[in-house]
Design a protein around this ligand. Structure first.
Ligand code: PLP
Length: 425
């Protein structure tokens, strides 16, 4: 395939005319396709329907006899703590199993730090003169929304295939006391799909921070969400923090949102026993306890970690052909043209695309004008501002294969037209 950056003006115009013809054909079909949010598709949700048969009139007690229909147990039922502590690779006394959304845990952990500080000895974040947070990007838009909501200044940190640029991270945190933490999605990251290297985990855990109340918000949302038989391995960050003498540095979050039901699963928060004990004391003010019935259902449904692993294999069988379709079309339409790079993730929910600079917004608009909705350009950066206007997140989990094929072909056409326009300028 021809490298667009090496074509003459005539050749570029010829390509553009053909592409515009194809674009108009798509437009006349009046498509209504949505590639925006990383939601499980109905076939994935169907995999967990048996969950609903558990916790019935004969089965509503935990193994130690606690009645799940009643109040209590702010940190979750023991069997859920046992199962999900294995899932997050921590000890049962280092986890709280909560309600239906890990994002709530993240938001509330921020809020508690703002109002009460991260431990007894530290000043509440909101009483400190200036607050900043490191945001490896492209990243998860809802993390950035939490910072924005709390008035915390966000600093964009570039990512590579190993994780955030640690030279920059180390430099910044060693000098600036107002930097209170960093967001991380360490496995099959949203949206780049990368898994942090051991070295990045070690450096995050051991780096010197000017702020004594610095925290890593480690959102392990895609811990078991493999698309291949050779899953990425993530180094245990809580262990690494303990080893480095910073046991309280990390909060870990996770949920079954994309294992069982999105919005109807269970969430978890993990960390050092000290952090977890403090969170429990504060949580009890907010709630007398989580939905234990749903926790019991989940435990009965999974039985053990093998149950989780086997279910995730079934998810992968549904998702893999969709991710493959994205790769096939991007490869067919764009390989060798030197106008775009894209990820080929081994897990998670997204494909991340980097176009030529200053093209992403125009591409997303052009696709939308022809009936294909993509995540707004910029959404993967703090303040929705991608400084190079080049990153686009594609979420192939929800639409059917036919829709993905159509949407990706149109998307690839838009990428080419906008890139040619840019090259012609
Ligand atoms: N964290 C990440 C990185 C996500 O991508 C998502 C959903 O897309 C969530 C958290 C949401 O999880 P929950 O439904 O448990 O709040």
């Amino acid at each position: 395939m021809s490298d667009f950056t090496k074509l003459s003006i005539e050749e570029l115009n010829k390509n553009k005319n053909e592409l515009i013809k194809r674009y108009n054909e798509f437009k006349s079909q009046k498509l209504e396709l949505d590639m925006t949010r990383g939601k499980p598709c109905p076939e994935q949700l169907d995999l967990s329907m048996d969950l609903l048969q558990f916790a019935d009139k004969d089965n509503y007690k935990t193994q130690n006899g606690v009645d799940c229909r009643n109040y209590g147990g702010v940190d979750g039922i023991p069997e859920a703590k046992n199962l999900f502590s294995q899932y997050l690779e921590v000890e049962p006394d280092e986890i709280i199993v909560g309600g239906n959304a890990s994002l709530t845990f993240m938001h509330d952990t921020f809020m508690r730090a703002m109002i009460h500080g991260v431990d007894e000895d530290s000043v509440p974040w909101s009483k400190q003169p200036k607050l900043k947070f490191l945001c490896p990007s492209p990243g998860y838009d809802r993390h950035f929304s939490i910072c924005e909501f709390m008035g915390i200044e966000m600093i964009t940190i570039e990512m590579d295939e190993n994780g955030p640029d640690m030279d920059i991270v180390e430099n910044l945190v060693s000098e600036d006391e107002s930097i209170k933490g960093i967001w991380c999605v360490p496995k099959y990251s949203n949206p780049s799909g990368i898994t942090y290297s051991d070295e990045v985990i070690d450096r995050l855990s051991s780096m010197k921070t000017k702020a004594s109340d610095f925290r890593i918000f480690c959102d392990n949302a895609y811990s078991a969400h493999h698309l291949t038989d050779t899953p990425d391995k993530l180094k245990n960050i809580l262990e690494a923090c303990k080893k480095a003498g910073n046991p309280d540095r990390v909060y870990i979050f996770g949920s079954t949102a994309k294992i069982t039901f999105a919005g109807g699963g269970v969430s978890m928060m993990a960390g050092s026993k000290k952090n977890i004990d403090r969170a429990k004391k504060q949580l009890i003010i907010q709630s007398i306890g989580p939905d234990k019935i749903n926790q019991l259902r989940h435990v009965c449904f999974f039985k053990d970690m093998d149950g989780v692993t086997n279910l995730m294999k079934k998810h992968a069988m549904i998702l893999k052909p969709k991710f493959d379709a994205v790769q096939t079309i991007l490869e067919r339409e764009l390989a060798g043209k030197n106008i775009v790079q894209w990820s080929n993730p081994k897990g998670g929910y997204f494909v991340s695309i980097n176009t030529l600079d200053n093209c992403a917004k125009d591409i997303v608009k052009m696709a939308s004008d022809a009936g294909v909705k993509l995540t707004p350009a910029g959404a993967t950066y703090p303040y929705k501002n991608d400084p190079r206007d080049r990153n686009i997140r594609v979420a192939p989990s929800f639409p059917g294969l036919n829709d993905i094929n159509k949407a990706m072909e149109l998307f690839a056409i838009c990428i080419q037209i906008v890139s040619i326009n840019k090259l012609l300028k």
